[in-house]
Ligand binder design. Structure first.
Ligand code: C2E
Ligand code: CA
Ligand code: CA
Length: 723
C-alpha cells in the first residue's frame, strides 16, 4: 500500500495543545469522504476517498460528479446512470441516503471495488443546501463473501432439489424460516401455502406426536446437543399422515447459544410400506391374511404370561377342516384356496377383544381365547361356546366354482392358565384333542384330557420300540396261500409280524398304523419287500413254489416316496426275482392323495412288469373314474363282503356287482377272508378268480410255507390247504 500523499494544504503542522486540525483529521478518517458543492463539483476529498476511487486528489477536486471522472456500477453489475450516483440523488431529494452500495470498476487489481456509501446534505440557517457529503467504506470483501455464499447456497439448493430429502433452515437470530420446495411438496402444498413459522410442524403433526415434537425444540435450544433425529407423522394436504424422519443440526455461537438449526425431512412412506410388507410376509398368511403360526406363537406366549400373572384362564382351539385334503384333490387347488379363504372370513369375527385367530397350517386354524375367567369350569364352558360358534359359522355351504360344498370342523381344545403353561405344550394338547375329535368321527369337539396325554406317550413309546425292532430285525414274514379256481395254490400274500422280545408274535394291526404315523413304514416296507423278493428268487428253482406269485402289501406312505418305483427296481435286481411274480397290494387310501403323482408311479411300476392289486376293495373311497386310470391287474374283495355271505349265503349283490365291474375293466378278482365252505362256493359261483382265507390256509412263517408248498426241498405236506 502506497503511503497517502499529503494534501497540498498549507496547514500541515499544528500547534501543540490546540484542537486537532480539521483537515488533518479529515485526511486520516478510516472512511472515504468527498464534499460536493451544490452544483455537484467536488470541493474536497480525503485521502482514503482518493485511494478507494483510484484517483489523485488533483484529479478529483474540481471534477464534476457526472460520470466524466468515474463510472459506478449497481450491485448487480449493471452500469449506474450518473443521476443515480449517491451525490446526485441527495442533490435532487435533499435527504439523507444511507447504505447505498456502489461498485467502482476498472481498478488496478481488475476487480470491482464495492463501496458502502452514506450521503447527506448540509444546510445553512436558511435551510439552503450548502454541500453534499458522501462517506464510504470498502465493503468488497464482504460483498464477495456474500456472493460466494449465495452461490454455495444456490448449489446446495440445486442439490437438495434433486434429493428426496426436504431441506429446511431456521435462522434463530432473524427468525427466518426457509422450507425447500421439496418440503412443501412432501406434504402436498405449494411453497409458502401455509404460514411458515416455527409452530408449523406442531400444527401439522399427528396428535400422538405433537407433544414429543413440541418438547424437541426447547430441548435443542437449552442443551448443548449438536443434532437430533426423530420420526413423526405430518399431515398431508389430502389428510393422510406422512411418516417423516427429521434430522437437524444445531449451530451454536461461542457461548453455546443456538443460532441456527438446519436439517432435512425424509419421507419414510416407501420405507414404512416395505417394512410393513416384510412384517406381513413374516407374520401373516398370504392366502387368508390371518396371522400365521409364527405370530400366533409369539402372541400365545404373551397370553399365557398374562393368564399366569392374573390367575385367569384361557383356551386354545385347534380347528381342523374335515376331509379338506380330499376336497382339495378332487375339486382342485383353486377351490381349496377359495374354501380356506371363505372359512377364514367367517371365523374372523371370533377374533375380537384379546382373542386371536390364526391360520396354523394347511387346513388348520387356531383360535386363542384370551380371557375366559377365573375358573377352569368357566373356561371350559366359554371354550365350548366358541367351538360351537365355529361349527355354526362353518355349517353354511361355501360357494365354489364347482357348486357349493359344506365343510365341517374337528376341534381340539386345550384350556390354559392357573399355572405355568408352555406354548408347545398347549399346542400339543390341542393337537391331541383335535386328533381325538377326528378319530371319534369328525365334526365334533374334544377337550384335551390326561388320557390323551397317556395315549400320546404310549404312542411315542411304540414308535421308539418299532425303531428298535427295525434295527434288531425283529420283523418276520408270514405267508398265506391263495388258490385258483382249480383249487391249486396260485400265490401267497406276505403278512408281516413283529417278534416282540416279551410279547411274542405281534400282528400288524397293532403296529402298522404307528409305523405309518412315525414314517417307519418306509424302511419297514422296504425290508418286507427285500425279504419277499429274496423268497421269490429262491422259489424260482422250485417246481411248485416257482409257479406262485407273491403279493406284498404296500402302504400309501411308501408310494408317496418319489423314488419308490426306483426302489422296487433296485430290490428286484438285487434279488434276481422276476418282476412278473411280484404283486403289490395298494389300498384305496391312494385315492385320497396327490393322485396324479401316484398314478404316474403306478405306471412306472407296471412298466417294470410288476403287477398291482387294489386291496380291501369297497371299504374306502372308491372312485370308478380313478379305477379306470389305475394300471391294476386285480381287485381284492374286502373281507367284510365275504363275511356278509355268512348271513345271506344265497345272495350277495355287492360281490356280484364288484365281479361284474372287474370283468368289464378286465381285472382279476380275489376274495379274501374265506372261512366257510358256503362262502367259498358262492364266491366261486359268482366268478372270483382266486380265494384266500383261513378255510384254505392260515398265514404261517415263510419257512413253514416253503415247507408246506415247496416241491423240491420238502415233499408236499398233507397239511397243505386245498379245496
Ligand atoms: P390285509 O392286507 O387285508 O391282510 C389280510 C388280513 O386278513 C391278514 O391279517 C390276514 O391274517 C387276515 N386274514 C386272512 N384270512 C382270513 C380269514 O379267513 N378271516 C379273517 N378274519 N381274517 C383273515 P393280518 O396279517 O393281521 O394283517 C392285517 C393287515 O395288516 C393287512 O390286511 C395289511 O393291511 C396290513 N399288513 C400286513 N402286513 C403288511 C406289510 O408288510 N406292509 C403293510 N403296509 N401292511 C401290512
Ligand atoms: Ca393285503
Ligand atoms: Ca385285504
Amino acid at each position: 500500500m502506497r503511503h497517502h500523499p499529503r494534501s497540498p494544504s498549507p496547514h500541515t503542522h499544528r500547534a501543540p495543545g490546540k484542537l486537532p486540525r480539521i483537515d488533518e483529521l479529515f485526511d486520516n478518517l478510516p472512511a472515504g469522504v468527498i464534499i460536493h458543492a451544490t452544483d455537484g463539483r467536488i470541493l474536497s476529498a480525503n485521502h482514503l476517498a482518493c485511494r478507494l476511487l483510484g484517483h489523485s486528489h488533483t484529479e478529483l477536486v474540481g471534477a464534476e460528479s457526472n460520470g466524466t471522472v468515474w463510472q459506478f456500477v449497481h450491485e448487480d453489475g449493471s452500469d449506474m446512470r450518473p443521476s443515480d450516483y449517491p451525490v446526485n440523488r441527495v442533490l435532487r431529494s435533499g435527504e439523507n441516503l444511507p447504505d447505498q452500495v456502489v461498485g467502482v470498476p476498472g481498478l488496478p487489481d481488475g476487480r470491482i471495488r464495492w463501496l458502502l456509501c452514506n450521503a447527506y446534505p448540509e444546510f445553512d440557517e436558511h435551510e439552503d443546501m450548502l454541500r453534499v457529503i458522501v462517506c464510504f467504506t470498502d465493503c468488497t470483501a464482504l460483498k464477495y463473501a456474500e456472493q460466494s455464499m449465495q452461490k454455495a447456497e444456490e448449489r446446495l439448493r440445486l442439490a437438495l432439489r434433486g434429493s428426496t430429502d426436504a431441506h429446511w433452515d431456521w435462522d434463530l437470530a432473524t427468525g427466518n424460516l426457509y422450507y425447500s420446495e421439496r418440503w412443501w411438496d412432501m406434504l402436498g402444498y405449494a411453497p409458502g401455502e401455509l404460514p411458515a413459522d416455527a409452530g408449523l410442524w406442531t400444527r401439522l403433526a399427528h396428535p400422538d406426536d405433537q407433544a414429543r415434537l413440541a418438547s424437541l425444540l426447547p430441548g435443542l435450544l437449552d442443551s448443548h446437543r449438536q443434532g437430533y433425529g426423530v420420526e413423526f407423522r405430518l399431515r398431508h394436504k389430502d389428510g393422510h399422515y406422512v411418516p417423516v424422519l427429521s434430522r437437524g443440526y444445531v449451530l451454536r455461537d461461542a457461548d453455546g447459544n443456538a443460532v441456527r438449526i438446519a436439517g432435512t425431512n425424509t419421507d419414510l412412506s416407501e420405507r414404512k410400506k416395505a417394512e410393513r410388507r416384510i412384517y406381513e410376509l413374516a407374520y401373516f398368511d398370504h392366502l387368508t391374511g390371518l396371522p400365521n403360526r409364527r405370530l400366533l406363537v409369539e402372541q400365545l406366549e404373551q397370553a399365557l404370561a398374562r393368564c399366569a400373572r392374573g390367575g385367569r384362564f384361557g383356551a386354545l382351539l385347534l380347528i381342523g377342516l374335515d376331509n379338506f385334503k380330499l376336497l382339495n384333490d378332487t375339486l382342485g387347488h383353486d377351490s381349496g384356496d377359495l374354501l380356506l379363504r371363505q372359512a377364514a372370513e367367517r371365523l374372523r369375527g371370533l377374533a375380537q377383544g384379546g382373542n386371536l385367530l390364526s391360520r396354523f397350517g394347511g387346513d388348520e386354524f387356531v383360535l386363542v381365547l384370551d380371557d375366559l375367567g377365573q375358573s377352569i369350569g368357566a373356561a371350559r364352558a366359554g371354550a365350548a361356546d366358541s367351538a360351537r360358534a365355529v361349527q355354526k359359522l362353518l355349517a353354511e355351504p361355501c360357494r365354489l366354482p364347482a357348486g357349493s360344498g359344506a365343510i365341517t370342523p374337528s376341534i381340539g381344545i386345550a384350556v390354559f392358565g392357573g399355572g405355568v403353561d408352555r406354548v408347545d405344550t398347549v399346542l400339543k394338547q390341542a393337537d391331541l384333542a383335535m386328533h381325538r375329535a377326528k378319530a371319534d368321527g369328525r365334526n365334533t369337539l374334544r377337550f384335551f384330557g390326561p388320557d390323551m396325554q397317556a395315549a400320546a406317550e404310549r404312542q411315542a413309546a411304540l414308535h421308539e420300540a418299532l425303531r428298535e425292532a427295525l434295527t434288531q430285525r425283529h420283523f418276520v414274514l408270514y405267508c398265506q396261500p391263495q388258490f385258483g379256481r382249480d383249487g391249486r395254490p396260485c400265490g401267497a400274500e406276505v403278512l408281516v409280524r413283529w417278534l416282540h422280545p416279551q410279547r411274542g408274535v405281534v400282528g400288524p394291526n397293532e403296529f402298522i398304523a404307528a409305523a405309518e404315523a412315525s414314517g417307519l413304514i418306509v424302511p419297514l416296507g422296504r425290508y418286507v419287500l427285500e425279504e419277499s423278493c429274496r423268497a421269490l428268487a429262491r422259489w424260482a428253482a422250485d417246481p411248485q413254489l416257482g409257479k406262485l406269485k407273491l403279493a406284498v402289501n404296500v402302504s400309501v406312505h411308501q408310494l408317496r416316496e418319489a423314488d419308490f418305483p426306483q426302489t422296487v427296481a433296485e430290490v428286484l435286481a438285487a434279488s434276481g426275482a422276476s418282476p412278473a411274480k411280484l404283486c403289490l397290494e395298494l389300498t384305496e387310501s391312494v385315492f385320497a392323495d396327490d393322485t396324479e403323482a401316484l398314478i404316474e408311479r403306478m405306471h412306472q411300476l407296471r412298466a417294470q412288469g410288476v403287477q398291482l392289486a387294489l386291496d380291501d376293495f369297497g371299504t374306502g373311497y372308491s372312485s370308478l373314474a380313478y379305477l379306470r386310470r389305475f394300471p391294476l391287474a386285480a381287485l381284492k374283495v374286502d373281507r367284510s363282503f365275504t363275511h356278509d355271505l355268512l348271513l345271506t349265503p344265497h345272495e350277495a349283490p355287492l360281490v356280484d356287482a364288484i365281479v361284474a365291474m372287474a370283468r368289464k375293466l378286465k381285472l382279476q378278482v380275489i376274495a379274501e377272508g374265506v372261512e366257510h365252505e358256503t362262502q367259498r362256493d358262492y364266491l366261486l359261483r359268482c366268478g372270483c378268480d382266486a380265494l384266500q382265507g383261513y378255510l384254505l390256509g392260515m398265514p404261517v412263517p415263510i419257512e413253514e410255507f416253503e415247507r408246506i408248498h415247496g416241491g423240491v426241498l420238502t415233499p408236499k405236506n398233507n397239511d397243505a390247504g386245498s379245496f
